[in-house]
Design a protein around this ligand. Structure first.
Ligand SMILES: NC(=O)c1ccc[n+]([C@@H]2O[C@H](COP(=O)([O-])OP(=O)(O)OC[C@H]3O[C@@H](n4cnc5c(N)ncnc54)[C@H](OP(=O)(O)O)[C@@H]3O)[C@@H](O)[C@H]2O)c1
Length: 318
């Protein structure tokens, strides 16, 4: 099969498309014919060596959607030809930027017939991240106010929809060209994060009870200013300890909780994907595909996911 691989850590130029042996699913593993794979910032961290993928050469890609091609002898819930989507891959398990990927049954869910593969791939990793932060870590409740930083991003655009589906009031930030589309996705209040008076605007909309923060070093101090008493903050990006320690007094003053969340720690990927599938089938959740890339364009996708602005997700279609 054709797969993107890197044999050493480095910039996007270390990515090559190669013919590699077809993997064989064993035990509880499922072989998925990949129709689409999401491009996530974490793929670049494994590639450049900031995160350790465990072995080299390595196939990048942390999520996918496609069709079951073969199952291991212990698989019970899937059969050849099933439409599925998956995440929790590309770290200690080889990734998804390939024509086929081996996925443990626990990392899969069925994809509703009405949802195309690109959309499934666009939702998988970011959907589990948004669920783990808003639902599992922060226990977002009906009629609470959620602040989603970066609502136009991969995680952000799904988090806006999940918070809305949960019955919360949703404030989000994004570049102005995305405001109308974010309102349609369920945001009640959308603000440009570049505004000088952004803290006043967020506070006037309603002090957030739950905050999803994708750049904690930049925004934890802001979060503590605008947060409601006893608010819960979930940090998914740029969370070095200095920003956390500097803001301990402010957190204590308002009895704030800061959760540092890694999507890869999700105990049951399949269970969360299954809930996301239900929401997609009910038209309460969709993934927005901003652009697609062929396998031999994955190096461009790794650059674009970090440097370009877009609403939604970049997706590889092998
Ligand atoms: N911990 C985890 O498990 C986990 C899981 C997924 C992602 N992450 C991390 O979370 C971060 C976001 O991931 P993603 O996939 O959503 O990335 P993404 O799709 O590239 O989205 C980035 C978002 O950041 C916004 N942004 C850019 N500059 C900003 C600024 N100065 N202030 C506020 N917002 C700004 C962008 O807005 P505009 O384009 O509108 O300007 C966009 O909405 C990354 O660091 C990623 O590694 C962590």
């Amino acid at each position: 099969m054709r797969a993107v691989r890197f044999h050493e850590h480095g910039g996007p130029e270390v990515l090559t498309v190669e013919d590699v042996p077809m993997p064989t699913p064993e035990g509880d593993e499922v072989l998925v014919e990949v129709a689409a794979a999401g491009v996530n910032p974490v793929d670049t961290y494994f590639r450049d060596g900031a995160y350790d993928p465990g072995e080299l050469p390595w196939i990048p890609g942390s999520d996918c959607a496609g069709t079951v091609a073969e199952i291991g002898d212990a698989v019970e819930g899937y059969a050849e030809g099933d439409r599925v989507f998956a995440t929790g891959l590309g770290n200690w398990l080889q990734g998804t930027c390939a024509e086929y990927a081996v996925v443990p049954e626990s990392h899969l869910a069925h994809l509703p017939d009405a949802v195309d593969f690109e959309t499934g791939a666009a939702v998988a990793l970011v959907g589990v991240t948004a669920w783990q932060t808003l639902v599992d870590a922060c226990s977002l409740e009906l009629a609470e106010r959620a602040l989603i930083h970066g609502g136009s991003g991969g995680v952000g655009h799904v988090a806006v929809q999940l918070a809305d589906a949960a019955g919360a009031r949703v404030t989000t930030t994004a570049s102005p060209q995305y405001h109308d589309r974010l309102s349609k996705l369920g945001a009640d209040d959308v603000f440009d994060y570049r505004r000088d008076d952004i803290a006043d605007a967020v506070t006037e909309a309603g002090a957030p009870d739950v905050i999803l923060d994708h750049r904690l070093d930049d925004y934890l101090s802001f979060d503590t200013d605008v947060a409601a008493q006893s608010a819960r903050i979930a940090a998914i990006g740029n969370s070095d300890l200095a920003a956390t320690f500097e803001n301990v007094p402010q957190c204590r003053a308002k009895d704030l909780t800061v959760h540092h969340v890694s999507m890869f720690n999700t105990p049951e990927f399949g269970a969360v994907l299954d809930r996301l599938a239900t929401l997609m089938a009910d038209d309460a959740l969709t993934g927005v595909v901003a652009d697609t890339y062929a396998l031999d364009e994955v190096a461009d996708a790794h650059v674009d996911v970090l440097e370009e602005s877009f609403l939604g997700k970049l997706v590889v279609t092998p």
